[in-house]
Write a protein that binds this ligand. Sequence first.
Ligand code: G6P
Length: 367
Amino acid sequence: HLADKGNFSHFMAKEIHEQPQVIRQTLENYLNADKSGLQHPPLPFNWQDISRITIVACGTAYYAGLVAKYWFESIARLPVEIDIASEFRYRTPPLIKGDLAIFISQSGETADTLAAQAYAKTQEQHCLAVVNVPESSLARAVDCVFMTHAGTEIGVASTKAFTTQLSVLAVLAIAAAQARQTISQNDYQHHCMALAQIPALMDEVLLCEHKCREIAYQLSKARDILYLGRGTSYAIAMEGALKLKEISYIHAEGYAAGELKHGPIALIDDTVPVIAIAPSDALFEKTASNIQEVAARKGRVILISDAEGHEKFPHPDFVRLTLPATSPLLSPILYALPVQMLAYHTAVIKGTDVDQPRNLAKSVTVE
Ligand code: G6P
């Protein structure tokens, strides 16, 4: 039976744990046999002819798009505009004929996303959908479909759909970079192989679940929680905050670490947990200096990093989650997991209805 929780207490827990398997399944469709190159559906355009990408989505899918913006810009040197569908559709933004618009949706039925796609079509965009339901309205409306193979997602708070979306968007960004020759053949192979390693690394990340549960006891007592990150970790910070508020009903905000000093630092005291998403990448030192500011104001820092990051930033009072080292490009796919587990366990401790949080729907098919 499809709707079977197996040994898990909630669909969300089951879906969190399915991630290594569904990412593997998804990548099987997009990586060649020796994992050193990509294969994908034919594209109705040439990457060289695209001058700008427009990405539109809602909710968690929007945060997947935000990660992809950083990817397309950094490795494929393509300008990307991103917006939430409910804003995009009424903004009537002028788009250059023949450019690419990407729509991301688990269900393929979100009303605002469908309307945004219809608008993009009037602007003569090539429309590509990253979608989990093959026969959905969105899949049928676009010129090109890149499937996520997450299987049925039942928990209202999206987990495995998000990380499969990220995996498919990584494939698209790497494909664009290769076609536009903005990366070397070596880097191309390196990125493909790093992608192939994600499922095994995810298995490792899932082992920190007991630690997430411990941290969740602390989070469950908080009134406000701040998530910080830079670069693609900024998107994961916002996704982490969304996940937490959706299912635990604790107020949370995701903020760009560098923006902390322009407002939210005023909220910091010893009652506010601050979750820092900080893999040891090129931006680590910058994020670390923002976390230092939090610590100086007695904020309760929870640092999510790898062994190298923790070593670089010894501080006796930090609560720490250690993830395996990964390629800096693909870290958001791994760092999505601890924020899901923190939200999940916080909600379980609070006793909320994890799979069916109040006021929320799995798919928002009306405006
Ligand atoms: C609802 C769901 C979210 C989801 C969003 C977009 O708000 O509760 O989990 O991210 O819709 O849904 P879609 O199916 O378009 O990805």
